[in-house]
Design a protein around this ligand. Structure first.
Ligand code: NDP
Length: 454
């Protein structure tokens, strides 16, 4: 029998890689994990965690602005970027340490360095070579910058969290999660913010009414939104000063240009060519429903496989893989009704189908919508409005889509996602007594059908 250095060699200590490593090691499996950047991957270091901290930080401006209506005199408040940035860094460093402890406490052998696959059972890191019965690729994704003149001056979500100086004026390119979230962060921190998106309306794939509502709210908060617009060229004029030319021929000057134009699978220099692992047209690793690649000893999960690029999905995949490999369980992961939130300002959260997706799938639907001003703003004075929407399958009365734009949308929709997983009906929503006074109670008091379609 062949003996290997490790039972499982994990490449990438992000959300999926760490979870799989820890769980496997806790079952007595001999596990190594190699990471060339930072423990915790994108989510902890340049994604979910610092982003959410910055969303909190930037939203404080609105709280301060509404303080006067509640009787507080807060004249003279100022924002200090280095304080927020450096406190964020301290927190991330703390989390990195926790990840390291989690790995070592579980008995995972942590290797710092870039791993390269040499053959289906061999990985090198620097000058060291390790053999493994199985290899798991969990290397995540990497931001992509459009191929234009001057692209070397454009930053991505990898750099934006650690800017030396907060820009006076920033351009955000893109219309997805990161673009909308960062436009809100910059704007909240007092940066003159312009967002450009190449299509007619950002957040492609989300419910159309949600997209339109968010457009109005984000514009009302002061972000300059420009659709059907792209960048053609960027010229550096001075340090932190860039002249940008747009597709309509206009130019403008910014202190920072952020591309939030999508991410690609992080497979460069991984040694894929030394294996039978196959990539799809977008360069993502193809796996079967056991997370196994075309090379039987090599597995992959998380963003590198091009599924839903969400931390909880990678975590669930990591746990599922370990149960399959070391507990002989079948993969029961269900990708339906995965709730997601965009931490835009206001937040968006959604679970299930958009109205358009429901109609495309042939459902006859009753749509319930509600738009209102959050009670908090009655004295606070903010013009922000909240939007809620339920998409109901008319034939079964089941809720098949639930959408919200408004404060704490993610917190509220998480609970509804559980109910939807359990097959909740509109009648059960109606039987539920609300919690008063909350915004969330509106979800159980939507009595009148807004429209019936399909
Ligand atoms: P997305 O895929 O969400 O959005 C990319 C955006 O860039 C789209 O609007 C796309 O336009 C646009 N785009 C792509 N190529 C170009 C180009 N060449 N020129 C101009 N625009 C372009 O990617 P993100 O980078 O925002 O985020 C990546 C993923 O990470 C998300 O999809 C999400 O899964 C995850 N994420 C999740 C978060 C959360 O849970 N809150 C937060 C941040 C990220 P088009 O629509 O026309 O294709």
């Amino acid at each position: 029998m062949t003996t290997f250095d490790f039972d499982l060699f994990v490449i990438g200590a992000g959300s999926g890689g760490v979870r799989a490593s820890r769980m496997a090691a806790q079952k007595g499996v001999k596990v190594a994990v190699a990471e060339d950047r930072y423990l915790g991957g994108t989510c902890v270091n340049v994604g979910c965690v610092p982003k959410k901290l910055y969303v909190y930080g930037s939203h404080i401006k609105e709280e301060l602005e509404s303080a006067a209506g509640y009787g507080w005199n807060i004249d003279g408040y100022r924002f200090n970027w280095p304080t927020l940035r450096d406190n964020k860094t301290k927190e991330i460093t703390r989390l990195n340490g926790i990840y390291e402890n989690l790995l070592s406490n579980a008995g995972v052998y942590y290797i710092s360095g870039r791993a390269k696959i040499i053959d289906p059972h061999t990985v090198s890191v620097g000058s060291k070579v390790y053999s493994a019965e199985r290899i798991l690729i969990a290397t995540g994704g990497w931001p992509v910058i459009p191929d234009i003149t001057g692209k070397e001056h454009i930053i991505t979500s990898n750099e934006v969290f650690d800017l030396d100086v907060l820009p006076k004026k920033a351009l955000v390119i893109g219309g997805g999660y990161i673009a909308i979230e960062f436009a809100g962060i910059f704007n909240g921190l007092g940066v003159d913010t312009k967002l450009i998106y190449r299509g007619p309306l950002f957040l492609r794939g989300f419910d159309n009414e949600v997209r339109e509502f968010v457009r109005n709210e984000v514009a009302q908060k002061g972000v300059s939104l420009n659709f059907d617009t792209n960048i053609t060229e960027l010229k550096k004029l001075a340090d932190n000063e860039f002249e940008v030319t747009f597709t309509n021929g206009e130019t403008d000057i910014f202190n920072c240009v952020l591309a939030a134009t999508g991410r690609k699978a992080n497979v460069d220099n991984l040694g894929i060519e030394n294996t039978q692992v196959e990539l799809n047209q977008r360069g993502e690793i193809i796996v079967n429903d056991q997370f196994q690649t075309a090379e039987p000893s090599i597995y992959a999960l998380g963003d590198v496989t091009g599924g839903m690029a969400l931390t909880p999905v990678a975590l669930a995949e990591g746990m599922s893989l370990v149960k399959q490999l070391y507990e002989d369980q079948v993969n029961t992961l269900d990708y339906d009704n995965i709730a997601t939130a965009v931490f835009s300002q206001p937040n968006i959260a959604t679970v299930g189908l958009s109205e358009e997706q429901a109609l495309e799938k042939g459902y006859g639907i009753d749509v319930f919508t509600s738009t209102f001003k959050h009670m908090k703003h009655s004295l606070g004075g903010s013009p922000e409005r909240t939007f809620m929407k339920l998409v109901v399958d008319r034939s079964t009365d089941r809720i098949i889509g639930c959408h919200m734009v408004g404060s704490d949308a993610g917190e509220i929709i998480q609970g509804i996602a559980i109910a939807m997983k359990a097959g909740v009906t509109k009648a059960q929503f109606d039987q539920t007594i609300g919690i008063h006074p909350t915004a969330a109670e509106e979800f159980v008091t939507m009595r009148e059908v807004t429209r019936s379609v399909g």
